[in-house]
Design a protein around this ligand. Structure first.
Ligand code: 13P
Length: 338
């Protein structure tokens, strides 16, 4: 039977991961602008439907996070998008936060909004076929940030959201994202991420969340993009693995990382390195947006009508990441495919 614990387990099943195709229309406009395609409702659907009908999506993708617009759209075969996915054994999910606003009384920090009316929206999304949800909080690192206020306020909102999701029989993806931007080093990223995760779990417990029925979507532990330091995959894997092991309840079935601006191959390699050292019961997988879609989007923009080529590119990225969930990816496989 369908319950949140079994859905959460299925989302992080070994060999599979999540496609984050839940870019808001604003973010999608930026992505399409970059490849010089007009961001119309039809084009957004066309690209997404191309991915959702790829030959191998059912083999490597456990679930897809949709955006409000997409879950209400109809595919060219007449099915609604959630049904198109679930008919292939891919679980439909939905982004339910309403984006970030400035955090009052703290310059340059963000708070995620969307709790008002959330219960009613989730009931509607459930009827449309969604079985899991996503809410993203963001934290920036600088000499003074993130503040205690941002850490507590965002964790509180994440926990309130998670409670409403579980109360609607949907799995909450809890996404506290510590951004890569900044001149900080990898150790600072570790410390900040540890503090953020600790407060998230503190709030999740206060809000009576069933931790076996969530999926955590954290950042990996990396040097800041303006630090001038290169990331070594072994170091990234050890620090990320330790940070999760030390600060996340072991009741959580799986950790599905965001890619956060890493290149496609970097995101795959780091996930692979983490799985090579994993001796915990956590399933470490992916919930990538850019790192699954970037090459596919560029290919699509060259010839929107050539769905087959776009799907081959997307299936290859999914397959590489599937191998990374098993610690069986090798760089040679990328070269061979190229
Ligand atoms: P990226 O993998 O591109 O970071 O996107 C994942 C996501 O869902 C961000 O909220």
């Amino acid at each position: 039977m369908e319950n949140i614990e079994s859905i959460a387990k299925a989302m992080v099943k070994k060999g599979k991961g999540i496609l984050a195709a839940d870019e808001s229309s604003g973010t999608m406009a930026k992505r399409l602008d970059a490849v010089k395609v007009p961001s119309t409702e039809q084009n957004r659907l066309n690209f997404r439907e191309t991915l959702f009908t790829s030959q191998k999506i059912k083999d490597f993708i456990s679930g897809v996070i949709l955006y409000d617009e997409t879950i209400k759209q109809t595919a060219s075969n007449g099915k609604n998008i959630a049904k198109l996915l679930s008919d292939q054994g891919v679980i439909p999910g939905i982004k339910v936060d309403k984006g970030t606003k400035s955090l009052p009384l703290s310059n340059d920090e963000k708070i995620t909004e969307g709790l008002d009316g959330l219960k009613e929206r989730l009931v509607d999304y459930y009827k449309l076929g969604a079985r899991f949800t996503k809410w993203r909080a963001v934290y920036n690192i600088s000499k003074v940030y993130p503040s205690k206020m941002s850490i507590v306020a965002n964790a509180h909102a994440l926990a309130r959201y998670a409670a409403i999701a579980q109360d609607t029989n949907m799995v909450p993806i809890v996404e506290p994202e510590v951004l890569m931007d900044g001149s900080h080093d990898i150790n600072k990223c570790y410390d900040v991420t540890a503090a953020v995760l600790q407060e998230c779990f503190n709030q999740l417990v206060i809000h009576k969340i069933n931790l076996k029925g969530i999926v955590l979507k954290p950042n990996m532990i990396l040097n800041g993009t303006e630090s001038g330091k290169k990331n070594d995959t072994k170091e990234v894997a050890e620090k990320t693995y330790n940070c999760i092991k030390e600060n996340v309840s072991h009741d959580v079935p799986g950790i599905a990382f965001l890619s956060g601006g890493q290149s496609e191959v970097e995101a795959t390699e780091n996930l692979n390195s983490i799985n090579k050292i994993n001796t915990t019961n956590f399933s470490f997988t992916f919930s990538y947006g850019r790192a699954l879609q970037q090459s596919a989007l560029k290919t699509w923009a060259k010839n929107i009508a050539d769905k087959k080529t776009v799907q081959t590119v997307f299936d290859l990225r999914s397959e590489m990441n599937s191998l990374a969930t098993l610690g069986k990816w090798k760089v040679d496989l990328e070269k061979k495919a190229a």
